[in-house]
Design a protein around this ligand. Sequence first.
Ligand SMILES: [Zn+2]
Length: 119
Amino acid sequence: MTPEQKRALWREYWRKCAWHTAENERLQVLGVPSHKLPRFPPFPDELRGMTCGAWTRAGTSCKRKDLYTSGRCKLHGGLSTGPKTPEGKAKSALNSNPTEGEKTACDTDPMRGSEKLTF
Ligand SMILES: [Zn+2]
C-alpha cells in the first residue's frame, strides 16, 4: 500500500468516525441506550504506526506519528489555514486588533480615561 493510499484510508476512517459520533449523539438525544448505539469501525491494522511523511526542509520525510484527521502532523498541514468564505473572513476581522489606520483618535489619546479622575 502506497503512502498516498494509506493517507486516503486514514482520512476515510476518520470521516466514518465523525459520522458515527454525530449519529450516536443524534440517537442519544432520541433516548437510544448506549449499548444499542452503532459501534465505531475498527482501526485498520495497516495504518498502525503511520507517519506524517511530508518532506521536511532537511530533505527527509517527517517521522511524526501524532497525526490529525488529514493524515499530517501539526507542522505539515494539521492546523487551520484561516477563514475561506466572506462571512468567515468578516467574523475573523471582528476579532482582530485594529490596524494603525483603523484606530480612532480616542484610542490613541494618552489622556484617555484620565478625564474621569479629575474633579
Ligand atoms: Zn509532519
